[in-house]
Design a protein around this ligand. Structure first.
Ligand SMILES: Nc1ncnc2c1ncn2[C@@H]1O[C@H](COP(=O)(O)OP(=O)(O)O)[C@@H](O)[C@H]1O
Ligand SMILES: [Mg+2]
Length: 527
């Protein structure tokens, strides 16, 4: 049988719409099973709400409401008090995949790909056939707008079913309501847990949540100020790739390569720019668009060789050691909490920073024999899945926890004990291992920083545990004495015939101080 010809095969070629692609590959975006899908929808909505509030300089107040609408069917509604969205943008934001304001920006934010919320709308329409309902109001002086919409997956364009202006009665901000197939669980991987972890890492947010069982949660604020807004930065010359450089050269407004280097990159001044041109043997006055391929390679190469200051770090927005402590303390009733925030570092030209917290004992005591609970975060967003491939897990397992007082089965692995370990990585570009943003790629530089952060907190934990151990010893000593002392006193009184009102406490203290107990204890152990 003859095979197909190139001409016949040509007839089968077709462009694939990104919406169709993700319709078939929804697992890539975190919709691989109903339980996870429910969390993903909440996560995408909450990420956006927090990003929008912070960008607008408003203390976030979120309301999340999930209701069961039938077997394995839920409605999810998310309301924020953010800046709202202008009417013209509403359909594209929610009805078009890969549409957003953050993809091209080099600034720390929760969203980066422009695919989060529209993917939730897509998932909803796929599994329930229902449109999403979006309501938004930008300020008190303009009426709230509401759209009912679906995504035309072939075109990757919004399909507006209904559009209306509401009467008053909707506070400024945005509300999104989607209907999805899902499964509500109450275990570690749950919306309840996701929101609790979000509240810990974002203690300046107030989150109200009502779960499908009708339980209400109120995660109150532990801080009343927003962290400083991160600044946007230009790319740093270290780690830029040839294709990116080529595009920048083509699109720049600068008309000389010398000014191009200074204007389009961070930390490149006149001296470094001249040095780059000299090393690359390119005329500094040459038009950027006129550079030959070999000259572009030369510039790229020279950029890696010239000594250039690290990128600035005010583009990062860490949580800060104090807020991490506040966040952990407000949601976990622990006996001891410590935290640390490391100095910023750089991987492939991207600044990043690691923060760690440990909560120990108290209400966690009941999980004494279990593995510690690890809360992983990237840009203040909890990561619940794919722990095993994550840089945070790797760093945790490579740490020698026995040295710090926690049990660790085998030479490395997750430690055991009544502790919760919190790790946050923030960066202008988090290297996620997939589009669903569940785990951080294991760049050695990142793993190393996390490990150092863990060790910093672990040392505090160790100090606490030693103190506790000492306290326990003291208590035991006192107990031995209160058992024996009356007997000793009785005999002493009998022997001397006086001191009926001899008080026991000062004597006990003296004996303890003189460390006589040590001897008694040693004797006990010998038995
Ligand atoms: N609640 C909201 N308030 C204001 N703007 C929003 C809100 N949700 C989404 N947006 C805007 O819509 C864009 C697209 O959102 P999304 O699809 O989640 O992608 P990403 O968050 O990765 O940019 C965001 O970049 C933001 O500009
Ligand atoms: Mg988003």
């Amino acid at each position: 049988m003859p095979g197909k010809t190139a001409e016949e095969m040509a007839l089968d070629q077709k462009e694939i719409s990104v919406a169709e692609f993700f319709e078939k590959n929804r697992h890539l975006l975190g919709f691989d099973n109903p339980a996870k899908a429910l969390i993903t929808v909440v996560k995408e909505g909450v990420d956006n709400a927090l990003d929008a509030c912070e960008e607008a300089g408003k203390l976030p107040h979120l309301k999340v409401d999930i209701e069961e609408e039938g077997k394995n069917k839920y409605s999810i509604s998310l309301k924020d008090n953010g800046p709202g969205i202008v009417k013209e943008q509403m359909p594209s934001i929610f009805g078009k995949l890969l549409y957003g304001s953050k993809f091209h920006s080099r600034k720390q934010s929760r969203g980066q790909q422009g695919i989060g919320i529209s993917a939730s709308v897509l998932y909803g329409q796929l599994t329930t056939g229902k449109p999403a309902i979006i309501t938004s109001r930008t300020d008190k002086n303009s009426p709230p707008k509401r759209f009912k919409l679906k995504i035309d997956t072939v075109q990757n364009e919004p399909e507006i079913l209904e559009e209306e202006e509401l009467e008053d009665g909707f506070e400024p901000g945005t509300e999104i309501k989607v209907f999805v197939e899902g499964k509500y669980l109450q275990r570690y991987h749950s919306v309840d847990e996701y929101l609790k972890q979000t509240a810990i890492a974002n203690p300046y947010a107030h989150i109200e949540y009502s779960n499908p069982e009708g339980e209400d949660f109120d995660f109150k604020r532990a801080a009343h100020e927003l962290p400083p807004e991160p600044k946007e930065i230009k790319p740093h010359p270290y780690g830029v790739e040839l294709g990116v450089l080529g595009r920048m050269l083509k699109n720049t407004d600068s008309n000389k390569i010398l000014s191009f280097l200074q204007n389009e990159f961070t930390r490149v001044g006149r001296t470094s720019a001249e040095e780059i041109c000299r090393l690359a043997e390119v005329d500094p006055d040459k038009k950027p668009g006129k550079l030959k391929h070999s000259e572009q390679e030369g510039i790229l190469d020279a950029m890696q060789k010239v000594k250039i200051q690290r990128p600035p770090t005010d583009c990062l927005s860490p949580i800060g050691a104090e807020l991490i402590k506040n966040g952990l303390e407000k949601e976990i009733d622990a006996e001891f909490v410590t935290s640390s925030s490391r100095d910023p570092e750089v991987y492939r030209g991207n600044p990043f920073q690691v923060e760690v917290g440990i909560a120990y004992g108290g209400e966690l005591e009941e999980r004494d024999t279990e593995k510690v609970k690890v809360m992983r975060y990237a840009n203040k967003v909890p990561l619940l899945y794919q722990a095993s491939s994550c840089a945070i897990t790797k760093a945790l397992e490579k740490t020698d926890w026995k040295r710090y007082g926690l049990e660790q089965p085998g030479s490395n692995g997750t430690p055991k004990g009544p502790a919760t370990i919190f790790v946050h990585l923030c960066s202008t570009w988090v290297p996620f291992t997939s589009e669903s943003k569940e785990s951080i790629a294991r760049y050695p530089k990142i793993v190393k920083e996390i490990k150092l952060g863990l060790q910093e907190c672990a040392r505090d934990l160790k100090r606490h545990l030693s103190k506790k151990q000492k306290g326990k010893k003291e208590k035991r000593r006192k107990k031995i004495f209160s058992n024996y002392m009356p007997l000793v006193l009785e005999n002493a009184v009998e022997l001397t015939g006086e001191g009926e009102d001899l008080s026991i406490d000062p004597i006990m203290q003296r004996v303890i101080d003189e460390e006589l107990v040590e001897k008694v204890e040693e004797g006990e152990e010998d038995e």
